[in-house]
Design a protein around this ligand. Structure first.
Ligand SMILES: [Mg+2]
Length: 104
């Protein structure tokens, strides 16, 4: 994962694109790419997995850029959130349920 993140950073740095990577711009980019991902499931469920993975990768790449623009460690923030999720959704209450934590 570290090598992949470095590759993403190198791509940005070689093109001098950090100047465009404000948190606001990146939040918009994540949302736009999420829309492109969602578009593959519009009207039916006959999606092309390769095309879906391309859009998923776009979302993930922008997430890496967003973490960089906020100067936070992506693994650290994911793990902090997972700590919260594990408390909100304890296995004994949440297993097999799609209910929101407030309804468990
Ligand atoms: Mg895209």
């Amino acid at each position: 994962m570290k090598e992949t993140i470095e590759r993403i950073r190198k791509f940005k740095d070689e093109r001098d694109w950090a100047q465009f990577h404000t948190p606001e711009n990146l939040a918009k980019a994540i949302n736009i790419e999420s829309g492109e991902l969602l578009e593959h499931f519009l009207w039916d469920n006959n999606y092309n997995k390769k095309e879906v993975c391309d859009e998923l990768a776009d979302v993930l790449v922008y997430c890496v850029h967003m973490a960089d623009s906020l100067n936070v460690d992506i693994e650290e923030i994911i793990n902090k959130k997972m700590d919260k999720n594990e408390k909100k959704y304890p296995v004994e209450k949440a297993r097999g349920s799609s209910k929101k934590y407030t309804e468990l």
